[in-house]
Write a protein that binds this ligand. Structure first.
Ligand code: ZN
Ligand code: ZN
Length: 132
């Protein structure tokens, strides 16, 4: 199981977030597999900036080399993971225990989604996030 951090354009971010969009088409350059975790980071290509919002999705199916699908691309089916609000789904940090994020990044994390299930230390590892 791998974790992939992927830029997601604002025009798609909302539809994936609301689960209207349950597929993701990507260039097949990371060996995507079923059960992999996608961290979808909202990113605006016009300003070349991350908004600071991100979400987690789990890959349930990977379609490649299929009629009508451009070679070198995959279509992933994705689902919302079951999550407990108030704990990061990846590093398990909480509002009251964030020591590991501080050790990793030098500062406390913050939540990047309204459900409080994904922290900034996991969602953005090294990416420059502008807080507009
Ligand atoms: Zn985390
Ligand atoms: Zn934390």
């Amino acid at each position: 199981m791998k974790i992939h951090r992927l830029k997601t354009w604002p025009e798609h971010y909302g539809d994936v977030y609301s689960e209207k969009k349950k597929q993701d088409i990507r260039i097949d350059d990371r060996g995507f597999k079923k059960e992999d975790i996608l961290i979808l980071q909202e990113y605006d290509p016009e300003t070349a900036k991350y908004s600071g919002a991100a979400m987690i999705r789990v890959v349930t199916h990977v379609l490649r080399e299929h009629e009508g699908l451009k070679p070198g691309y995959v279509i992933m089916s994705i689902r919302h993971p079951g999550q407990i609000s108030g704990a990061c789904a990846l590093c398990k940090c909480t509002d009251t225990n964030c020591r590991q994020c501080i050790e990793k990044t030098g500062q406390p994390c913050h939540w990047v989604n309204p459900e409080h299930t994904l922290c900034s230390a996991c969602a953005f590892e090294g990416e420059e996030v502008s807080h507009a």
